[in-house]
Design a protein around this ligand. Sequence first.
Ligand code: SF4
Length: 350
Amino acid sequence: MSLKKVVKVGSRFLGGNYPILVQTMANIKTSRVEDILKMEKDLSSLGNDLLRLSVLDEADAQAFKELTARSKTPLIADIHFNYLWAIEALNNGAAAVRLNPGNISDPGQMNQVIDAAFKNGAAIRIGVNSGSLPAHYAAKKDEAKAYADVMASYLKAFDDRGFSNLVLSLKSSDPEVTYEAYRLADQLFPYPLHLGVTEAGEGAIGAIRSCIGLVPLLKEGIGSTIRISLTDEPREEVKACRALLKGMGLADHVPVLVSCPTCGRTQVDLMRVSAIVSKHLEGIHKDIKVAVMGCPVNGPGEAKDADIGLAGGVNSFLVFEKGQPVKTLKEDEAIAFLLSEIDRLAKEMD
Ligand code: SF4
């Protein structure tokens, strides 16, 4: 791992010793300003650091003016082909643009985008993906090298113009190729890396595929920002990113919910309870560990390092703290008590 150049993206910084930032991408049209701002606020409350927005037309590029004036999260314009929209988004306050230089082949046009980023103090994320590669490869290592080679060829135009406020991504849908490509990029380029496995798939499967590529990179200290691309709502991507960083000891102020898989001993609606507690924890930004377990036989013992938890009985729950029983309550009372205790613990940590 090599220490990366510090790059400013709006109010946030990437690279150097800055923490790894979480990012996602809105899944609605950018010109729907009020809906985007609502989404931005929700994602920010979950711990999202950077938000990317697609620019599909002139209206989207123009929308950046109002969006950047009202958003607390730095906004990144995602643009393919039309360099004028990139310039317009930058002039309207976009903290960065994400481009695939292969889609803006005219050097004069690319130079105008670079100049607009310079003028506005913005960053550019250069994204290489499988569509950028010139040929097929016999081995995954060869394919990973092709990603790095293409990136090196793209970087020349930026070097020539003295522009270095760059973030790089080399995403494959194959986790192993992604891993190899980022390792190479880390050795070759001084810029912060945006990690991600592209088109990873739905929900848990997509998160697993992402983790196969991202965990070894993060363990090696590679990566300045991550996105877990899921066929799901952006808030699920943010939650997955936060859980990954927390699980690897790379993020603080993230609660953990330990919940059992249920089995024949379960005599409560554990999935309902777990969903309610999980939702409540979305608004808690403290290092609290909560357990929701299906039975009193194994539950408290299995979750003894949880700050507080519930263990199901027969239509009731035993409340336990640090593995020790406190009291037994009916299901809804137990939920209400647990949520209020979570809030109390969070307040104590202020
Ligand atoms: Fe089964 Fe109890 Fe373990 Fe849950 S905690 S899986 S109910 S034994």
